[in-house]
Design a protein around this ligand. Structure first.
Ligand code: PMP
Length: 393
């Protein structure tokens, strides 16, 4: 049997060219070819993030959690106040992190799992929090991987700007697939990791900070952040590479950076509007397929459903062993993650390379349809497949 298809919400399938770059012998961090590669990555990140020239990109060995920690550690000092828009497991992680850095945290939470607080509620919560004193940051998870819920960052970034508050978005399950206009929306931090829609192996934390965010770090009066997380330690290195000079603070993950260059070039070759639209169209086709198979989504409304993954409730009478039955059919999907509903749903990733390969989506839908039938909950597998065929065109 061929290698199983990896359709979890990260790590995901990568393109053959990205894979080849990741298999090469590790470049030295001072080698001219690597300097060129790293510099190009940093410049391309601005274009993928739709960020302006005043913004600063950072690429650091680590994961999405490290990128989150970098944002929080640089921007929040003990006693400062932050509001978290909470839509699931990863928003809770932001809250935990903020508390560990000594911030005072307020939350505006979804009323139920699968929901998201609407911007009016966020505005009211922000205004109430500001009545008690200055607020430093508003944080949200663009797509929460535990619920499949996507928030619209635009009104949240606007609220934050109008209030003079920094906006920080966790884009780990969104960046390079869901529309994010960092400059247009005047967002302050947008962060991700290499293993999701960017389409590289795990191992890189990727973050772009606005000029305002960088200034906020510069103005910081109290103790500096932990050294490895400190933007001030990394900035001279990133700026040097952008100007095609080597520099050193801590050894970069050179092989991953070389693969990142290939991935970002592929993303930009399609163009960002086309890239966002492709993910949206693939998600719509898959939503039709899930409906044909009798599967209901965790997000409460279609407009809250991410374009990068589907969180699907198990049908009545089917338990979480469905995930293993799907794996037996050559496709790896993920189990539940949100503690409140962990055993009641499963998750399918559909971001990056896989959405450019309709046959991968077809294999996924077929495997899930077959597993459901074997579990005694057959859906209309032909209609499900037809939805993907229509997407493939
Ligand atoms: N935020 C979100 C939305 C995520 O999906 C993840 C990873 N699934 C993380 C943060 C953490 O990233 P990592 O596992 O790379 O630390």
């Amino acid at each position: 049997m061929s290698r199983p298809l990896l359709m979890i919400p990260g790590p995901v399938e990568v393109s053959p060219a990205v894979q080849a770059a990741g298999e090469a012998p590790p470049p030295g961090h001072l080698a001219p070819r690597f300097v060129e590669s790293f510099g190009a990555c940093l410049q391309m990140m601005r274009r993928v993030w739709l960020a302006d020239e005043a913004s600063r990109p950072f690429v650091v060995a680590g994961g999405g959690t490290l990128a989150m920690e970098m944002a929080v550690a640089n921007l929040l000092e003990p006693g400062e106040r932050a509001l978290v828009v909470s839509t699931g497991y990863f928003s809770d992680r932001l809250v935990e992190m903020l508390r560990r850095y000594g911030a005072e945290v307020a939350e505006v939470r979804a009323d139920e799992v699968g929901g998201a607080p609407d911007p009016d509620r966020v505005a009211a919560a922000l205004s109430a929090l500001r009545d008690g004193g200055a607020v430093k940051a508003l944080l949200a998870t663009h797509v929460d991987t535990s619920t499949g819920v996507r928030v619209d960052p635009a009104p949240l970034a606007r609220l934050a700007r109008e209030a003079g508050v920094l906006s920080i978005f966790d884009g780990v399950c969104a960046t390079a697939a869901e529309r994010f206009d960092m400059a247009g929306w005047e967002a302050d931090v947008y962060l991700t990791a290499s293993q999701k829609a960017v389409g590289v192996a795990p191992g890189l934390a990727l973050l772009v900070a606005s000029g305002r965010a960088i200034e906020a770090r510069e103005r910081r009066a109290g103790t500096p952040p932990p050294l490895y997380l400190d933007w001030e330690a990394w900035r001279p290195v990133m700026e040097a590479y952008e100007h095609r000079r080597a520099a050193y603070f801590s050894t970069p993950a050179t092989t991953l950076v070389a693969a990142l260059e290939v991935a970002l070039r592929e993303i930009l070759a399609a163009g960002m509007p086309a890239r966002f639209e492709l993910h949206a169209r693939a998600a719509r086709a898959l939503r039709e397929a899930w409906a044909a198979l009798g599967l209901r989504q965790v997000p409460l409304r279609d407009e809250l459903a991410a374009h990068t993954l589907s969180a699907l409730r198990l049908p009545a009478g089917v338990d979480a062993s469905l995930v293993a039955r799907i794996a037996e059919r050559g496709v790896v999907v993920a189990g539940g993650l949100h503690p409140a509903i962990r055993s009641e749903y499963f998750r399918v990733g559909h971001m990056g390379y896989a959405v450019t390969r309709p046959e991968m989506l077809r294999r996924t839908v077929d495997a899930i349809g077959g597993a459901l039938e074997a579990a005694g909950a057959p859906g209309d597998a032909r209609a499900a497949r037809a939805a993907i065929d229509a997407f493939a065109g």
